[in-house]
Design a protein around this ligand. Structure first.
Ligand code: ZN
Length: 169
């Protein structure tokens, strides 16, 4: 690994005016604590389901089921927006997050995470509409909520098998 990712040592005294200014700047751009981000993620997931999945998910999933996660930041930039998940039972999950672009602003992304019949992974299905969800659930009924494993085009690789200890090159 190149050490370009290395943060250089801080060249100023922790009690210097610059150190104080850096702290003020960090507070000014902070968008809220992790706790607030979790709460907001839970609320926005519940709202989206209530608005867009009124006759299905809103009926079946209690708004309190949502569990929020804060924004994931890497080197000061936002890598993943805050998100929330809700267990549906049977190993199925809903995942909600916002897709934010400068051009379009924020849009809701709701994903159904379905365990695969092979038992080694999950298939992520991004939901467009309530109709799509209901058709999908109807397809999953015969397998009791499992997605059929397809050896030719395996799409259940969201969970990778844990590499054997010492097996790394
Ligand atoms: Zn599979």
């Amino acid at each position: 690994m190149a050490d370009t990712l290395h943060t250089p040592a801080r060249p100023y005294d922790p009690h210097s005016p610059l150190a104080h200014l850096m702290e003020l700047a960090a507070e000014a751009v902070d968008e809220g604590s992790e706790e607030e981000e979790r709460d907001t993620a839970e609320t926005s997931a519940a709202h989206w389901v209530y608005r867009a999945y009124t006759y299905s998910l809103a009926q079946a999933v209690d708004p309190d089921t949502w569990q929020g996660y804060p924004t994931v930041r890497e080197h000061g930039t936002r890598r993943f927006e805050a998100s929330a998940v809700a267990s549906l039972g049977g190993g199925l999950w809903l995942h909600h997050t916002l897709h934010i672009t400068e051009a379009d602003g924020a849009s809701d992304v709701l994903t159904l995470i379905v365990p695969c019949t092979c038992g080694r992974g999950y298939t992520d299905i991004v939901l467009d509409t309530e109709e799509v969800l209901l058709e999908l659930l109807a397809e999953l009924r015969p397998t009791h909520g499992l997605s059929l494993h397809d050896d030719r085009t395996p799409d259940c690789h969201s969970v990778q098998p844990v590499p054997a200890l010492g097996g790394r090159p």
